[in-house]
Design a protein around this ligand. Structure first.
Ligand code: PHE
Length: 452
């Protein structure tokens, strides 16, 4: 029976394949673009420290919870909750996750498209020497407001994503993440070393690694938690879906541990790339915000020796990281249509891909491409509703479901398969039942203040 299921649904070829694919989902714009941005805005090293604690104490527990549900049921999120609690409303968590995944995918891929556009621009020498901050600013504003270019690069990214997902688990996601992830690691380490060699790098490292405890605040902690959920791809059932392809003999605890470790490591290296570079060129503040990568980096690349190559590599890395995340976002709805509606994977990938493309057009046009969508800040609204609101709600519901509905006893039983000792069980139980839900409720309570 199990074999039959595996043949129909697909499965990871090995534990390493799962760790690569799940790390591919986790590592994305969140690590390379958002992590340095929030570190910069929240005073540097102390944020890094609190972030690491948030990942270890809460992110890791929620990830293990999602993997357990996925592997136990061998289903997509909607099917999984239905399977454990048939006839109840809990299956709505699954639908909620599928909706969130499609909506996040629609604008996330637009940003991935910007990155692809910048890759082409740097590779073809658009950011030559003599770049000023005004010019760089103007170039980004013009690029993101050009409907033709933004939609075209968006289309390229969603097409590649659809193609890979349509090829299935082993032949698509596994094969490609196994190629893309090692490239990403090598590139990021190379760039970090390159950044550390810049004159003036030391000041950036001090900002990034020497904590100033006087900066500790509630807001800092909340930001760190929110960033952890987003960065680890939690709260919408991605890890339920990826967990459903894991073998019963794999150790879920160490799998989750590796994914959290790699995700944090890449975010950490992204900071090592950004901060020394920022501090090496006076006049750029670490608090530059969302425009940081696209507006500021081309300026820096034009000033350092070998900058064109450095820049091309950076945007290549950025695009690869984004792509392995868009793949995981598309996989959630595709798994649903394959499992629950018996669609072929091919049909599901193409139809959902097409739908997401249509849904993303307003986002692509909301940075100046079309007055109406720009005025209502369509992309910003999508980001706030689905990322800041729906992800933590999803994670909260998963904790409540596991801790109080299905029960930690049943969940622990599933972990024991592949990890008979499970030494962290008491800590995990405590985190799922109390620590994580309370922390998320606090985030949700303060969400208004955070978004301002
Ligand atoms: N974790 C991804 C990143 O850091 C973003 C993401 C969030 C992907 C949620 C899938 C689901 O960029």
């Amino acid at each position: 029976m199990e074999n039959q299921d595996l043949i129909q649904r697909g499965a990871w070829g090995s534990k390493v394949a799962f760790v690569f694919a799940a790390s591919g989902s986790a590592i994305g714009l969140g690590n390379i673009w958002r992590f340095p941005m929030v570190v910069g805005q929240n005073g540097g090293a102390l944020f890094v420290l609190v972030y690491i604690l948030a990942v270890a104490l809460i992110g890791f527990s929620v990830m293990l919870a999602e993997l357990v549900i996925g592997r136990y049921t061998k289903k997509n999120p909607a099917g999984a909750f239905k399977f454990i609690k048939p006839g109840s409303l809990w299956k709505l968590i699954g639908y909620f996750g599928i909706l969130t995944a499609m909506c996040i995918l629609s604008y996330y891929t637009v940003i991935a498209g910007w990155s692809a556009g910048y890759l082409v621009k740097t590779a073809t020498g658009s950011f030559k020497t003599g770049m000023t901050s005004e010019l760089s600013d103007k170039l980004f504003t013009e690029f993101s407001a050009d409907p033709l270019q933004t939609i075209l690069f968006f289309l390229v990214m969603i097409t590649i994503t659809t193609f890979i997902v349509s090829k299935g688990i082993k032949g698509g996601i596994e094969r490609w993440t196994k190629i893309l992830m090692p490239i990403l690691f090598i590139l990021i380490i190379y760039l970090a070393i390159r950044a550390l060699m810049l004159p003036g790098a030391k000041q950036g490292i001090t900002f990034y690694l020497k904590p100033d405890f006087s900066l500790l605040s509630g807001k800092l902690v909340l930001f760190a938690l929110g960033q952890a959920f987003f960065s680890l791809s939690l709260g919408m059932g991605i890890m339920v879906t990826y967990g459903s392809y894991i073998s019963k003999s794999d150790n879920l605890v160490s799998s989750a541990g590796w994914v959290c470790f790699f995700d944090t490591l890449i975010a950490f290296f992204a900071g090592i790339i950004i901060f020394p570079t920022l501090f090496a060129i006076p006049g750029i503040a670490p608090t530059a915000g969302p425009g940081l990568v696209f507006k500021v980096l081309p300026l820096i690349f034009s000033k350092i020796p070998g900058g064109a190559l450095f820049g091309t590599l950076f945007f290549l890395l950025f695009s690869i990281a984004a792509l392995t995340s868009t793949i995981s976002l598309l996989e959630v709805p595709v798994a649903y249509f394959v499992d629950e509606r018996s669609w072929s994977r091919y049909k599901a990938a193409i139809l959902v891909g097409l739908f997401v493309f249509c849904l993303g057009i307003p986002s692509a046009l909301s940075s100046g491409g079309m007055a109406f969508f720009t005025k209502i800040d369509f992309m910003g609204k999508m980001d706030f509703i689905f990322l800041s609101l729906f992800l933590p709600i999803g994670a909260l519901l998963i904790c409540v479901f596991l801790g109080y509905v299905w029960g930690m006893k049943n969940a622990t039983q599933e972990v024991l398969s592949g990890n008979p000792l499970f030494k962290l069980r008491a800590l995990w139980s405590f985190s799922i039942k109390f620590l994580s839900p309370i922390a998320i409720l606090i985030i949700l309570y303060f969400i208004k203040t955070i978004s301002e």
